[in-house]
Design a protein around this ligand. Structure first.
Ligand code: GLN
Length: 251
């Protein structure tokens, strides 16, 4: 089958080669006999809710975020509707911040966001940089680990009761204080983890693909056939060890 992916602002939000996550989706879908059709969605491109099974947005610095923020804010209703109807979504760092209600950048300016995730972000004085290890809080994968790399000035504050992606084992996470990382609404996942995220966390790629396939078929998500993933397991182990060596989050 064809899995339709909407890639938001690929030419603006691609820090740390975040588009590598798309390559992982494509390869893992192909290994199960599915094809990924990737539509770039950029400033001014029309996109209907329902047009895509999976929506992806990468990270970027404040400068790039400012360039796309008004367009993304204007897509808020369409994105919320798409997720309500069961589309999967993955947003990384700068994209994650702008899928919340908004982001106050280092220069004090307020960028309104798409208000998909119940959160707000404010840039702090210092950057939060380094390898991260999480214990997943996803129901389907409770306790599984997620390894990645973070580099952000933004402190993201979730509304009370909001769902997270994981508990921080090592690293800063959303704000360096809450002990949690990322946010989830339906099948939408936002996270600070670059790296890219998916090559070293293939189970998360498969979960998002299973959700996207369920959206395409109108059925329930089915686990995908296992792949060997030996290199992926090694990448995860190296990354997790680096994060553990860094230690727990600073007080
Ligand atoms: N500009 C944002 C911050 O520093 C996001 C950076 C990023 O995507 N790495 O918080």
């Amino acid at each position: 089958m064809i899995i339709r992916v909407g890639h938001l602002y690929p030419e603006y939000l691609n820090i740390y080669a975040d588009r590598g996550n798309i390559a992982v989706f494509a390869r893992r879908a192909a290994a199960r006999g599915h094809e990924l059709q990737v539509d770039p969605i950029t400033v001014g491109t029309p996109a209907e809710p329902g047009a895509h099974d999976l929506i992806y947005v990468g990270g970027g610095q404040d400068r790039e975020q400012a360039m796309i923020a008004p367009d993304l804010e204007g897509r808020g209703e369409a994105l919320r509707t798409a997720v309500e109807r069961g589309a999967a979504l993955l947003a990384v760092c700068g994209g994650y911040q702008l899928l919340g209600r908004g982001y106050r950048g280092r220069d004090g300016s307020w960028m309104a966001g798409a208000a998909l995730f119940p959160l707000e972000t404010v840039a702090g004085e210092t950057r939060m940089i380094g390898d991260v290890l999480l214990e997943s809080t996803l129901d389907e994968a409770r306790g599984r680990t997620i390894a990645g790399f973070e580099n952000h000035a933004g402190r993201t504050l979730l509304d009370p009761g909001a769902l997270t992606l994981g508990r921080v084992v090592a690293g800063y996470g959303n704000d360096g204080a809450s002990g949690y990382e990322g946010c989830r609404v339906g099948r939408a996942v936002g996270t600070y983890l670059h790296g890219p995220l998916l090559p070293r966390n293939p189970w998360l790629a498969d979960l998002l693909l299973a959700w996207a396939i369920a959206h395409a078929t109108g059925g329930e998500p089915e686990p995908l056939a296992a792949l060997p993933d030996e290199l992926e397991a090694q990448a995860h182990a190296v990354s997790a060890a680096r994060a553990r060596a860094r230690g727990g989050r600073p007080a």
